[in-house]
Ligand binder design. Sequence first.
Ligand SMILES: CC(=O)CC(=O)SCCNC(=O)CCNC(=O)[C@H](O)C(C)(C)COP(=O)(O)OP(=O)(O)OC[C@H]1O[C@@H](n2cnc3c(N)ncnc32)[C@H](O)[C@@H]1OP(=O)(O)O
Ligand SMILES: NC(=O)C1=CN([C@@H]2O[C@H](COP(=O)(O)OP(=O)(O)OC[C@H]3O[C@@H](n4cnc5c(N)ncnc54)[C@H](OP(=O)(O)O)[C@@H]3O)[C@@H](O)[C@H]2O)C=CC1
Length: 293
Amino acid sequence: MAVTIKKVGVIGSGQMGNGIAHVAALAGYHVVLNDLSADRLKSAMATINGNLSRQVSKKLITEDARKQALDRIVSAESLDELADCDLVIETAVEKEEIKRKIFHDLCAVLKPEAIVASNSSSISITRLAASTDRPERFIGIHFMNPVPLMELVELIRGIATDDETFDAAKAFVTKLGKQIAVSEDFPAFIVNRILLPMINEAIYTLYEGVGNVEAIDAAMKLGAHHPMGPLELADFIGLDTCLSIMQVLHEGLADSKYRPCPLLVKYVEAGWLGRKSQRGFYDYRGDKPVPTR
Ligand SMILES: CC(=O)CC(=O)SCCNC(=O)CCNC(=O)[C@H](O)C(C)(C)COP(=O)(O)OP(=O)(O)OC[C@H]1O[C@@H](n2cnc3c(N)ncnc32)[C@H](O)[C@@H]1OP(=O)(O)O
Ligand SMILES: NC(=O)C1=CN([C@@H]2O[C@H](COP(=O)(O)OP(=O)(O)OC[C@H]3O[C@@H](n4cnc5c(N)ncnc54)[C@H](OP(=O)(O)O)[C@@H]3O)[C@@H](O)[C@H]2O)C=CC1
C-alpha cells in the first residue's frame, strides 16, 4: 500500500509539535495540529505565526510564504479530524503510557494505509509500534529543538518497519530540507544517548558544588564552544523531558552511569521544568534569566 504524503497530522502542539507543524506547512504539506485544549492550540498557532514572522523579517521566507503556510495549518481538538492524514507524527509528552493511549485512539479512526510516527526522544520504537495496529507502517521521526533551525532529523526503524515506510519518511524529511541520521532502535537513539548524559553530568557538577549554574554554563560555552551551556540547554529542552530520557537510558541499558541526578528529580518534582514553566536552573520571570543556584 504505497502512500503519497500530502496531509500530515501532528499530535501535541508544544514546542516540538508547533515546530513540526511550522516546517511541514512551509514545505507545502497540509497540516492538522491536535492538542487537548483550544487554549493550547491557540497559543501554538500564535507561536508559529511569531516564528514565521521572524523568518520574514530576516528575509529567509516571503510574506506570501508565511501566509500560505499559516493557511495550510488547521487546529483540531479531536483525533477524528486526523482520520484522512497520510502521515501522523505523535509529539505529546515523553511518557510511554500516554503515547500508547494516543496510538490506540488514533488507530481506531486513522485510514489503514497511513503511516504513524513518533517524535519520541528515547522510547523504544519497536515497543511503541507494537501498541498500534500497523507496526510495519510505524517509524521514529525524531526532530531536534528548535525545529525550524536545527538541520538534523533522526530516523529510527522498529523491528517491523517496512522499506516503503522508511522510504516515505526519508522523502518527507528531505522535502523539509533536513539532513537525516539513521539510528538503530536503542534507548535514546544517537543524539540523546550522547547529549543527555552530558547534561546529567552537568547537573551532578552543580549538585556536588563543583560550580554554580553560571560557572558551569560559562565553562561549556566559552571553554568548549557549545552554543548554549548544558543547564541552559536542559531548561530549553524541558527538565521533565530530560528526566524521562535519563530514566529510559537507566532502565533500558541497566547501567548506573545513567542514574538521573537527584537534583534533576527534585526540580521536576517541584514543577520547575525550565523555560516552559518559567523556572528551572534559571528563573525566567524577570527581564533576563537569573540562575536559581
Ligand atoms: C531533547 C531531544 O530529543 C533532542 C534535542 O532537540 S536536543 C537539543 C538540540 N538543540 C540544541 O542543542 C540547541 C543549541 N542551541 C543553539 O544551537 C542556538 O542557541 C540556537 C540555534 C537555538 C539559537 O541561536 P542563537 O543565535 O544563539 O540565538 P538567538 O539569537 O536567540 O536566536 C537566533 C534565531 O534563532 C531563532 N530561534 C531561536 N529560538 C527559536 C525557537 N525556539 N523556535 C524557532 N526559532 C527560534 C530565531 O529566528 C532567532 O532569531 P531572532 O534573533 O530574530 O530572535
Ligand atoms: N523538548 C525537546 O527538546 C524535544 C522533545 N522531543 C520529544 O517531543 C515530544 C514533545 O516534547 P515537547 O514538545 O518538548 O513537550 P511540551 O511539553 O512542550 O508539549 C507537549 C504537548 O503535548 C500535549 N499533550 C499531552 N498529552 C496529549 C494528548 N493525549 N493528546 C494531545 N496532546 C497532548 C501537552 O499538553 P499539556 O501540557 O496540557 O499536557 C503539550 O501541549 C516528547 O516526546 C519529547 O521527548 C523530541 C525532540 C526534542
